[in-house]
Design a protein around this ligand. Sequence first.
Ligand code: MG
Ligand code: MG
Length: 263
Amino acid sequence: MVHLRTPEEIDLMARAGAIIGDLLAVVPTRIRPGVTTGELDTFCEEFIRSHDGAVPAFKGLYGFPGAVCISVNEEVVHGIPSSERTVGEGDILSIDVGVRLDGWCADSAWTFAVGEISAEAQHLMKVTEESLYAAVEAAVKGNHVGDIGVAVMGAVEGTGYGIIRDLVGHGIGRDVHEEPQVPNVGRAGQGPLLREGMVLAIEPMLSAGTPAIKTLSDGWTVIPQDGSLSAHFEHTVAVTAEGPRVLTMARAEATEARLSGTA
Ligand code: MG
Ligand code: MG
């Protein structure tokens, strides 16, 4: 069933979400050539647990071994952090973070550059991020879930990028994954009606090539079948009377700490 959350409950989810927003604002200070995805995972886990009562919601979820998912280059999602996996200049990596705090969850992902990256990689990241914000704008009451997919498709149109269709966004609340599913493709006016109090994790995933995916032999890591570079941006968004409310934004202090190098 689709849950409708009260404004007070949405405020509680926003507390979990702010931890993720802050983490994704400061984690670039740790992303550099030579760092391992295992080290980044440890940084993320310690950052989350430094907030009273907060835990990494993905750790152990369906048996996932990491605190966060870290997916490098062609990897779309569900990359397993590892002390053996070093990233290098020109790589891109997506960090997907879930936090549970006082029984409420939030979920957000961002793709980052390692050092200088190619113009092609920059463009893929830019279009994916823009498609997320287009989708967020569509998360208003009276719209339907299909309108979110339409917004993603509109932002991606003409680029030749593949929208990953076999993975979807989702409702979120007491659990990380709740109803409804939120596909990144759709038809206007189709799918469940968006109502005040719905909270959705909206998460476009784009490949520079085919949208067809496969799962690697580790049972987790998802890549496009043609091995193309991939990007992933996600926010947890509440449908409110005032419009879409992004619950996973960084607080200004975190952004300032990153810019001043004190994070
Ligand atoms: Mg996520
Ligand atoms: Mg999600």
